[in-house]
Design a protein around this ligand. Structure first.
Ligand SMILES: Cc1cc2nc3c(=O)[nH]c(=O)nc-3n(C[C@H](O)[C@H](O)[C@H](O)COP(=O)(O)OP(=O)(O)OC[C@H]3O[C@@H](n4cnc5c(N)ncnc54)[C@H](O)[C@@H]3O)c2cc1C
Length: 391
C-alpha cells in the first residue's frame, strides 16, 4: 500500500541549506517544519562571498534584496602573492557574471529565516534518530527537546544537518568525515581604512589570505593555512600574526586590527569518499551533509543555496511518487556538487595547498604566461547555474 501524502515536509537543520529548502518548499505549497538543535537560529560571525549562482537561488525564494540592503557588491580582480605582487591581474572591466556580494553570514541567515516565514521553526529540537521511509511508509524522525522525546512523521525529509550530519551517519554509516589538514582563522571587524570593492586573494606556501567588505562598514578576512587538526593555541591572534608575518601589509594590518574576541578558527573537514546517492527512500541530504568541500572556491554556502532551492522546485506537493522525485533532486544535484568538491580541491592544489620552494616558482612562472583575457574566461563556468523550473 502506498503511503498517503499529507503535504508535510520536515527539514532537519536550520542553517543556510535547511532554511533555503524551507523557503523553497513553502513557495511550492508544502507545509514545512524545521527542526534545529540550537536554542536559537543563528550563524557564526564570519563573512561570505555570494556569487551569481547564489544570487539566483536567493532571488528564487524572494530573498535577493538582502544583498543590496546588507551586503557590498565586489569585483574579483585577481590573485596576489604574499609579497603583494600580482600573480593574476584581471582587467578593470572584469568578466560579466563574476561580480559577487560580500555578506555577513548572520545577516544572510536572518534573511533566510524571514524567507522561511510560514514554516514551523522549532529550535531546541535535536534529531536523534531517522527512519528514511519508502514508497509505502513515511519518513520518521525522533526528536529530543527539553520536554522529552517525540516522533515526527513526514512525507519527506530534507536532511540539512551539516558537516557532521547525524542523518548521514545513520543512513550512510560507511562514510566518515576526515580532516583536510587545513584550518581557517576568520573575523568580521570594523574596516580599519577605506573599503575597497575589489577582491583579491593572496596565495603563499600552504596558505591563502583574503578580505572582503560585507556591508555596514565592516570587513571580513580569512587566513587559511596548513595545520594539524586539533591544534590549540593559547593566543589565536598571535598565532595568526605569526603564520602570516611575512605577508603583505594589508594582511598584517587586518590581523592587528582584530580584537581577540572577534577572531575564530575552525579546522576544515571533508568526506572520506563521495556519496553514491544523496537519497534514501523519502530522505534527501543537502548542503554540507551531502557534500562538504574546501573553502578554496567559495562555493559551500552558494551550493547549499542551490540545493535548497532545487528541492522545492523539483518536489511538488502534488507528486504521487516522492522517492522518485527525490531521485530527480539527486540527479540534478549530485553531479553538480561533487564537481564543485573536485574543483575546490583542484583550486587548492594550484593555490592554498601548494607547498614551498620550486613548486611555487614553477606555478608562478606558468601562471604569468597566461594572457589576462584567458585567465578571465577560465574556471568561472560553475557560476552559470540556473534555477530549475517549478515542477
Ligand atoms: C572556514 C570556512 C570558510 C568557508 N567559507 C565559505 C565561503 O567563503 N563561501 C561559501 O560559499 N562557503 C564557505 N564555507 C562553507 C559554508 O560555510 C558551508 O558550506 C555552509 O555553511 C553549509 O551550510 P549547511 O546549512 O549545509 O550546514 P550548517 O551551516 O552546518 O547547518 C547545519 C545546521 O544543522 C543543525 N543540526 C545539526 N545536527 C542537528 C540535529 N541532530 N538536529 C537538528 N539540527 C541539527 C546545526 O545546528 C546547524 O544549524 C566555508 C566553510 C568553512 C569551514
Amino acid at each position: 500500500m502506498s503511503y498517503k501524502a499529507g503535504r508535510r515536509a520536515v527539514v532537519v537543520g536550520g542553517g543556510i541549506a535547511g532554511l533555503t529548502a524551507a523557503a523553497s518548499l513553502l513557495r511550492a505549497g508544502w507545509q514545512v517544519r524545521v527542526l534545529e538543535r540550537a536554542i536559537a537560529f543563528s550563524e557564526v560571525g564570519a563573512g561570505l562571498g555570494i556569487t551569481a549562482n547564489g544570487r539566483r537561488a536567493l532571488a528564487a525564494i524572494g530573498a535577493e534584496a538582502v544583498l543590496a540592503r546588507d551586503g557590498t557588491p565586489i569585483r574579483p580582480v585577481g590573485t596576489r602573492l604574499m609579497d603583494g605582487s600580482w600573480l593574476i591581474k584581471l582587467s578593470a572591466a572584469g568578466q560579466p557574471g563574476t561580480q559577487m556580494y560580500g555578506m555577513h553570514r548572520q545577516r544572510l541567515h536572518a534573511a533566510l529565516v524571514e524567507a522561511a516565514c510560514g514554516a514551523e521553526l522549532s529550535t531546541g529540537s535535536q534529531v536523534v534518530d531517522v527512519r528514511p521511509g519508502d514508497t509505502g511508509s513515511p519518513a520518521v524522525v525522533s526528536v529530543q527537546t527539553d520536554q522529552g522525546e517525540d516522533q515526527v512523521e513526514a512525507d519527506f525529509l530534507v536532511a540539512a544537518d551539516g558537516l557532521r550530519s547525524p542523518t548521514r551517519k545513520a543512513l550512510w554509516p560507511d562514510r566518515n568525515v576526515v580532516a583536510s589538514g587545513y584550518t581557517s582563522w576568520r573575523a568580521v571587524i570594523a574596516a580599519p581604512g577605506a573599503v575597497s570593492s575589489e577582491f583579491a586573494m593572496t596565495w603563499g606556501p600552504n596558505a591563502e589570505f583574503g578580505a572582503l567588505p560585507v556591508g555596514h562598514g565592516e570587513i571580513y578576512w580569512y587566513g587559511y593555512a596548513k595545520l594539524s587538526p586539533g591544534t590549540v593555541f593559547d593566543d589565536e591572534r598571535q598565532a595568526a600574526r605569526k603564520r602570516f608575518a611575512k605577508w603583505h601589509d594589508n594582511t598584517q594590518a587586518l590581523i592587528a586590527a582584530t580584537a581577540a574576541d572577534r577572531l575564530m578558527r575552525h579546522d576544515v573537514w571533508l568526506l572520506d569518499r563521495p556519496l553514491k546517492s544523496y537519497v534514501r527512500g523519502r530522505t534527501v541530504l543537502i548542503g554540507d551533509a551531502a557534500h562538504p568541500m574546501l573553502p578554496t572556491l567559495g562555493q559551500g554556502a552558494n551550493s547549499a543555496l542551490e540545493d535548497g532551492v532545487t528541492v522545492g522546485r523539483v518536489v511538488s506537493p502534488t507528486v504521487e511518487d516522492i522517492p522518485a522525485a527525490l531521485r530527480e533532486v539527486d540527479r540534478q544535484r549530485r553531479r553538480r556538487t561533487q564537481g564543485l568538491v573536485k574543483q575546490s580541491a583542484a583550486m587548492a592544489r594550484l593555490g592554498a595547498h601548494l607547498g614551498p620552494g620550486w613548486k611555487q616558482r614553477v606555478r608562478n612562472a606558468a601562471f604569468r604566461r597566461i594572457p589576462p583575457a584567458m585567465a578571465e574566461r577560465s574556471g568561472g563556468g560553475f557560476l552559470n547555474w540556473q534555477v530549475p523550473d517549478q515542477v
